[in-house]
Write a protein that binds this ligand. Sequence first.
Ligand code: FAD
Length: 380
Amino acid sequence: MIDFSLTPRQEGIIEKYRDFSDRWIVPNRLKYDRLAEFPWEIVKAAYDDGIMNGPMPKIYGGNEYSLLDGVLASEELGAGCVGIGICIDASTLALTPLYVAADEEQKKKYFGLINEAKGVAAYCLTEPNAGSDVQGISSTAILKGDKYIINGHKRFITNAEVSTFLTVFAVTDPEKGSRSLTAFIVPPDAPGVEIKPRLQKMGQKASVQNEIIFTDVEIPVGNRIGGEGHGFVIAMKTFDRTRTGVAALSLGNARAAFEKARDWTKNRRQFGKPIAANQAIGFMLADMATKIESARMLTWYAAWAYDHDKKKLNKLSAMSKLYASDIGMEVTTDAVQAMGGDGYTWEFEVEKMMRDAKLCQIYEGTNQVQRIVISKSILK
Ligand SMILES: Cc1cc2nc3c(=O)[nH]c(=O)nc-3n(C[C@H](O)[C@H](O)[C@H](O)COP(=O)(O)OP(=O)(O)OC[C@H]3O[C@@H](n4cnc5c(N)ncnc54)[C@H](O)[C@@H]3O)c2cc1C
């Protein structure tokens, strides 16, 4: 039996996130794109409306979303603005190592901390010499008595400068390298943590990224998440859960661009008829709609498969992220093309959607890396 219908609860999730997006994100997306500022007012409102930390347990302020629930939510955030949506979803990314590997005491403490602050967390994995190759991480956390001393350099860290805490990956034994990779919680105001000025970038400008330098940063042993050497598995389990979220953000962004192009081409007249009445444009819209629908089905399937059998997710989550972000780039580019000069201007927003789409092909593992994951899985 196969059934694509959503439960009333899942319909409710879509409605709640769409309503939030319409009230808070859509009216403010151009402002934050121009300002390149973190959208604090929207994040605070997201806390007030129960939008934040969706997958986290209810006792810790979340909504206990399944992966499919999370995908439905993220599509609506992406349809509002991927840049604003990722401020929320990157925080979920940073909380996920706690979700998958922390003990109850740590969960209570850190989920409590983030809720009380109405704040966001930052996931600190990437380094100047360890981007796609996570095994190249060289930041160290050396145990001295009951403290770890952290030294290292992280790069491209979303939410760093606005974070309540940092989830940091470092090796505890440089000789063992990534086999000793371990996850830690680090306060951003701890002595020795230097958060560099924000990076300037092409799109998703509402989200902020920084480099971070750690120099002899002392943290208690109790800030370690899971055991020493569990970091690589924790990082991969985290991505298995979050890549469908990036797929859903891409999908939402593509949907928004498609709707803009569809409405514009139905109204704009040249040669005595609507632009959309030309088969060249009608077929372009048909292809856009088909790509969006197929990306949605793959993303739902990946999330559903995880919810039913966690072992299946690795390949499918990579496929959903790869496919949805690739079609996100294609659809937003076609939206600009279908709208001609208007599409290229700031006023009609599709140029922003096109800029925003690009990053979804890069972060949380580039699409080349997704292909490595998929090919390893199908060739093993
Ligand atoms: C705006 C932004 C936000 C980010 N947020 C975060 C964050 O919050 N936390 C975090 O830890 N990281 C974050 N990242 C980092 C992001 O995950 C990395 O940029 C990404 O994993 C790629 O790493 P890299 O940039 O070092 O590229 P590289 O690894 O240097 O890759 C460069 C190119 O080579 C290709 N390539 C590399 N290896 C192979 C291979 N074996 N086969 C084929 N092609 C290959 C890549 O696909 C890419 O096209 C962010 C990045 C950006 C730009």
